[in-house]
Design a protein around this ligand. Structure first.
Ligand SMILES: Nc1ncnc2c1ncn2[C@@H]1O[C@H](COP(=O)(O)OP(=O)(O)OP(=O)(O)O)[C@@H](O)[C@H]1O
Ligand SMILES: [Mg+2]
Length: 165
């Protein structure tokens, strides 16, 4: 049995904070799979992860590259940020990305990776982000997100994801 949590995240700032808090749970070798429609907040969450992990460089939407490596500034794991949106097939091609980094020593975060990267690791944290209010969200500039975290595999057994709430 994996661990599980559902959170409501009211603002982009809070999404960043969730990323920073989540970073504290992450270890070298972890795979985080982010899903959700365009503009859901995947990169915003990843930016918070980068802050929490204290890595170098701004986490942005990698428009021209599929993956970007952010080395740690503090001797911790690097953040490998993958945008698999334009990637066909599945990421056996992870080697093909030719990253100058050791994945077992990094935290790998993949946007749009569903169905493409699961077999990189039997253990993974799946994060699904959706608009909590759907199309009714335009009042008060508030556009909260529902974030569903699911830890898959032995690595995540017993990890208290619900403490992130
Ligand atoms: N509650 C919220 N949580 C996260 N982002 C929010 C929230 N409310 C509004 N936003 C806005 O939604 C946008 C999310 O953009 P972001 O680039 O993080 O999405 P994405 O899922 O990475 O999109 P893409 O699929 O294009 O990569 C930002 O402009 C952010 O400010
Ligand atoms: Mg993005």
């Amino acid at each position: 049995m994996g661990s599980h949590a559902t959170l409501t995240v009211p603002t982009p700032e809070r999404m960043g904070r969730l990323g920073r808090e989540l970073a504290a749970l992450l270890r070298p070798g972890d795979l985080v799979l982010l899903s959700g429609e365009l503009g859901a907040g995947k990169t915003t969450l990843t930016r918070g992860l980068g802050e929490g992990l204290q890595v170098r460089g701004a986490v942005t939407s990698p428009t021209f590259v599929i993956a970007r490596v952010h080395p740690s500034l503090v001797g911790g794991p690097a953040l490998v940020h993958v945008d698999a949106y334009r990637l066909g097939g599945d990421l056996d091609e992870m080697e093909d990305l030719d990253l100058d980094v050791s994945l077992p020593e990094s935290v790998v975060v993949v946007e749009w990776g569903e169905g493409k990267v699961e077999r990189l690791s039997e253990d993974r944290l799946e994060v699904r982000i959706e608009r909590a209010l759907g199309d009714t969200a335009d009042e008060d500039d508030l556009d909260p997100r529902r974030v569903v975290l699911t830890g898959v595999g032995p690595r995540w057994t017993g990890v208290a994801l619900e403490a992130l709430a």
